[in-house]
Design a protein around this ligand. Structure first.
Ligand code: FE2
Length: 219
């Protein structure tokens, strides 16, 4: 996939979006496989709780720090404001989408087909939002963001992750290519890099967050 080039470093945004897309693929794979009850598999998977938590971290930091700062920089530009309006509107439908999945997981009557349909909607909606953000909003961010805003956005992300780095970082980098892993780990001091390699990543791998079916790379 060819990605736009920006004057600001947007690599963490893409790394995070790629992690979300990876997990959406795994969720869809679980719900499409009816050889075992996907409601049971997804409900038991720690990956589903992690997916929701980290998605909220990312969208919360964008809603509270990034979009308001860019909005005030483009207040006289209706076309750019319309894209920001769309970002906020697309974020607003994510929670109902997640709640609908949880309701389908709890619904003993609805059957796995209903769950698969609701997950398909979430995959389409969130996947579409990520593409829209990358295609239209990031260019606007790139044109108007200041180093201070980027720094505050990153800090807000880190505050929301809190002391969850031992689980969050291996989640973020699960399946990432070597360059991305090196770039993200390069932001950390050496003791944390060592903790990632020697403790956090092996512990995350042992969690098997989606169970054997969700983690499979077969399609
Ligand atoms: Fe984003």
């Amino acid at each position: 996939m060819t990605r736009k080039t920006f004057k600001n470093d947007m690599s963490m945004m893409y790394t995070f979006h790629d992690a979300l897309r990876r997990e959406l693929g795994r969720i869809a794979r679980i719900t499409a496989d009816t050889s075992d009850d996907p409601r049971r598999v997804l409900q038991a998977a720690i990956g589903w709780e992690m997916f929701k938590r980290y998605l909220h971290v990312h969208h919360g930091a964008e809603d509270d720090v990034l979009w308001p700062a860019i909005r005030s920089a483009v207040q006289d530009r209706p076309d750019e404001l319309a894209v920001l309006d769309a970002m906020e509107a697309e974020h607003a439908i994510v929670d109902p989408g997640l709640n609908a999945v949880d309701a389908a997981l709890a619904d003993r009557e609805g059957g796995p087909e209903r769950l698969a349909m609701i997950v398909e909607r979430l995959v389409g909606g969130l996947g579409g939002h990520l593409a829209h953000e990358e295609d239209e909003a990031l260019g606007i961010v790139d044109a108007h963001v200041t180093p201070d805003v980027l720094q505050r956005f990153g800090a807000e992300h880190r505050i929301r992750i809190g002391d969850d780095n031992p689980r969050y970082l291996p989640w973020l980098l699960d399946d990432a290519n070597a360059d991305t892993v090196a770039a993200v780990l390069g932001l950390l001091p050496e003791p944390l890099r060592a903790a990632y390699r020697n403790e956090w990543q092996p512990a995350y791998a042992g969690l098997d967050i989606w169970g054997p079916k969700g983690g499979s790379t077969e399609v």
